[in-house]
Design a protein around this ligand. Structure first.
Ligand code: PLP
Length: 391
């Protein structure tokens, strides 16, 4: 009889085989260690409030006042009017070119969904923020990777060998995981190449205010009218408010009308993004006190980065010095380790959580891992003292 037969667990779809997020996947293993009583230092995730960075106060204040407003319905699918208007001011585009998304995560999902079809070539940085790998697989695009030089700049010669026939190129600047900030010269060379091969750019500006060294280059200014691009950012990193889940994308150039229609459909089918936080984002991104907020954040990040570099340089590790964002991508120069996951698991046993380099698509030429330098200097020092004997 059917009801007496042992029932097997339900199986997820085949599609799930390509879904992964190594930055969080490793946490499950860390939690098991923690449950055994081990104290863990989490250097795997770029979550500023976890390490004492206060979110930009204007956001919370505006959310509170929005809660007292009578509106309790869905926000417009494509985004709140004020948010679109204020993003457009910064982007120097029309509000119709702007879409609000639930964190840039959703913007990246929509970009692949709307623009990268089966077998279509998308140029991704190597190493790359893992979501891009996962989305390219999910939408069956053909990921092709461009390299960086030892200073973390885009290797233009390498890119020029791969660019032909690409549907789009992704640029993440400042870069996660490398922490590199591309120079104006480097970006201009890339723009020239993309224009020559007619390749539009998806520009991930999640960390665009977090430049720790050198001059900030406004990509929009140098790319406008040269190459079509989509510029994305969010409240998560620059404003230290990842929990808000608010991001935006802006289309630049006059060839996007059909892709914008596709974005409309994708926005419509998920109804809307949280209304109160969109109102808060609209206020925050044009608030004059943001500049002093972000310069205090940069100062703190520089101190933490410098501690991180000082500690890392005592060990057999090589890496481009992070000039932006809050990550370093480390190559292990000690022959002890052949597999990144083996090292990351050993570090976990010592009480420190990193992400293996293979999670960022990098493993073919060495053993890599990524660390954030967000924690306070004494925690960074403690983490290094725990792992030094492994190297
Ligand atoms: C390069 C990059 N892009 C996009 C995101 C997604 O961020 P959010 O969805 O919180 O805006 C992240 C998050 O870590 C990131 O590092």
């Amino acid at each position: 009889m059917l009801h007496l037969k042992r029932q097997l667990p339900y199986r997820p779809t085949e599609r799930m085989n390509v879904v992964s997020y190594p930055i969080r996947d490793i946490v499950m293993e860390a939690k098991r260690e923690e449950a055994k009583g081990k104290k863990m230092i989490y250097l795997n995730i770029g979550d500023p409030p976890q390490y004492g960075f206060e979110p930009f106060q204007v956001i919370a204040d505006r959310v509170k006042s929005a809660l007292d407003e009578p509106w309790k319905g869905y926000a417009p699918s494509e985004g709140d009017e004020d948010l679109r208007k204020n993003v457009a001011k910064i982007e120097k585009c029309s509000p119709e070119d702007v879409f609000a998304v639930a964190g840039l995560t959703e913007g990246i999902d929509f970009f692949f969904h709307a623009f990268i079809g089966f077998g279509e070539k998308v140029l991704l940085p190597n190493p790359v923020y893992p979501l891009y790998l996962s989305k390219a697989k999910q939408f069956e695009g053909d990921s092709v990777f461009y390299r960086h030089d030892a200073d973390g700049q885009i290797d233009v010669a390498n890119l020029s060998r791969k660019i032909e026939g690409a549907k789009a190129m992704v640029i993440i600047n400042p870069n996660n995981p490398l922490g590199s900030v591309y120079s104006e010269k480097n970006l201009l060379e890339v723009i020239k190449l993309c224009a020559e091969y007619d390749v539009p750019i998806f520009y991930d500006g999640s960390y665009d205010q977090l430049i720790l060294e050198g001059r900030q280059v406004d990509f929009r200014k140098i790319a406008r009218n040269k190459v079509p691009f989509i510029y994305g950012s969010s409240l998560s990193k620059d404003f230290s408010y990842p929990g808000a889940r608010i991001g935006w994308v802006a289309f630049h150039g006059d060839r996007w009308s059909e892709v914008k229609n596709a974005f409309f459909l994708l926005c419509n089918q998920r109804l809307s993004v949280n209304w109160e936080y969109q109102k808060a984002a609209a206020a925050a991104i044009v608030d004059p006190s943001f500049q002093s907020y972000v310069s205090a954040m940069r100062k703190k990040l520089i101190e933490r980065r410098d501690t991180f570099i000082r500690m890392a340089r005592k060990l057999p590790l090589s890496f481009p010095v992070p000039q932006g964002a809050f990550y370093a991508f480390m190559k292990i120069e000690s022959p002890k380790w052949k597999k990144d996951l083996a090292f990351v698991r050993a570090a976990l046993k010592e009480g420190v959580v990193f992400v293996p380099g293979s999670g960022f698509g990098r493993q073919e030429d060495g053993v890599y891992f990524r660390s954030t330098f967000l924690p306070e200097p004494h925690i960074i020092e403690e983490a290094f003292s725990k792992i030094k004997r492994l190297l």
